[in-house]
Ligand binder design. Structure first.
Ligand code: GLU
Length: 322
């Protein structure tokens, strides 16, 4: 498959984009493996991008750990790693472009103020809708010493796109989150801006990631449109792996971390085999390499619903592994 060239003669490009906020768990590993396998099947180039802008959440050693985990799984890439923190100028330029076009405004509001002012129900605990407190032209005066974030003026109305896995999506970004942050009070670019800028400058055509980012995608398309970025990449949002109680996997829950499973003697081949079964490949051989996974995996098998990593799966991984 590695010799496959797309019809147009130009190769697609995808990215593996770990955040160094903790060790990779089984769910992250499955998404990365599927991303890599799709890249092999479609002959996409792969860029490794370390998304380390969320500095308060970065953990020491997590970058090296993520790269080691990906290599241990048997994944490789054509370019990178690149590190977002190494050069902020591409994000600053995009921010300036939006500022100059009058599409942003400064906002000193604290989370507490936003909570107090938010009348609309919010989507979940983490995602408050910003109710436009400092949106021009009615913004109250801002104390010149106040720390300010920069927000984007989000147009009203629906954003629609067709996800290759999740199907047709329609989101009203203004209703969901309102004018979201492009640059934080510490002056660092926010995820939504950075990812749009990087996907564009790195020539990414196909984005494969967890479907917890479906709503973010609509925000990213808003930014692409405001920045004049075309075409919008193709999105493939993979349903998440959850625990037995249906809860989202957290990096902090020890047993599901790749590094801790590896320390307990789990081999790459065993892990990939489990990830294959979690990807709907029910009769996957009990040991397989990432390359074998890429050869045999089909998206038709992949459940469009969250899949559980169970205690039974964990026990199976740990069997006969010493
Ligand atoms: N760095 C993000 C994460 O680890 C992924 C963002 C993306 O794929 O756009 O969750």
């Amino acid at each position: 498959m590695s010799g496959m060239i797309s019809d147009s003669g130009s190769r697609g490009r995808t990215r593996l984009a770990p955040s160094p906020t903790g060790a990779l768990h089984v769910g992250n590993a499955r998404t990365f493996l599927i991303n890599w396998a799709l890249a092999k099947q479609h002959d996409w180039e792969i860029v490794l991008r370390v998304e380390n802008l969320d500095t308060p959440r970065n953990r020491p050693g997590a970058t090296e750990q993520a790269i080691e985990d990906l290599r241990w799984l048997g994944l490789d890439w054509d370019e990178g790693p690149s590190f977002q923190l190494d050069d902020l100028s591409p994000y600053e330029n995009a921010l300036k472009q939006l500022k100059d076009a009058g599409q942003t405004y400064p906002c000193p509001a604290t989370r507490r103020e936003i909570v107090a002012a938010a009348s609309a129900p919010h989507l979940d605990d983490h995602e408050l809708r910003y109710p436009g407190l400092y949106r021009p032209p009615v913004a109250p005066p801002i104390d010149p010493d106040a720390e300010v974030a920069t927000r984007v003026i989000v147009p009203d109305g629906d954003v629609s796109f067709v996800d290759r896995l999740a199907g047709e999506q329609t989101h009203d970004v203004q209703q969901q989150v309102g004018d979201f942050v492009l640059s934080t009070k510490t002056g660092l670019p926010a995820y939504q801006l950075a990812v749009v800028v990087d996907d564009h400058r790195q020539g990414i055509t196909d984005i494969v990631r967890g479907d917890d980012l479906l709503r973010s995608t609509a925000r990213q398309i808003v930014l692409q449109r405001l920045l004049g970025i075309e075409p919008t990449p193709t999105y493939w949002h993979v349903p998440l792996v959850v625990d037995e109680d249906g809860r989202r996997m957290a990096k902090r829950r020890g047993d599901t971390r790749l590094a801790s499973l590896r320390e307990q003697g789990v081999s790459t081949e065993r892990m990939v085999s489990l990830l294959a079964r979690l990807s709907g490949w029910d009769d996957a051989p009990p040991e397989m390499s990432a390359a074998q996974f890429a050869e045999g995996f089909s998206l038709n098998q992949l459940s469009r619903r969250p899949v559980a990593f169970t205690q039974g799966d964990l026990a199976w991984l740990l069997q006969n592994n010493q």
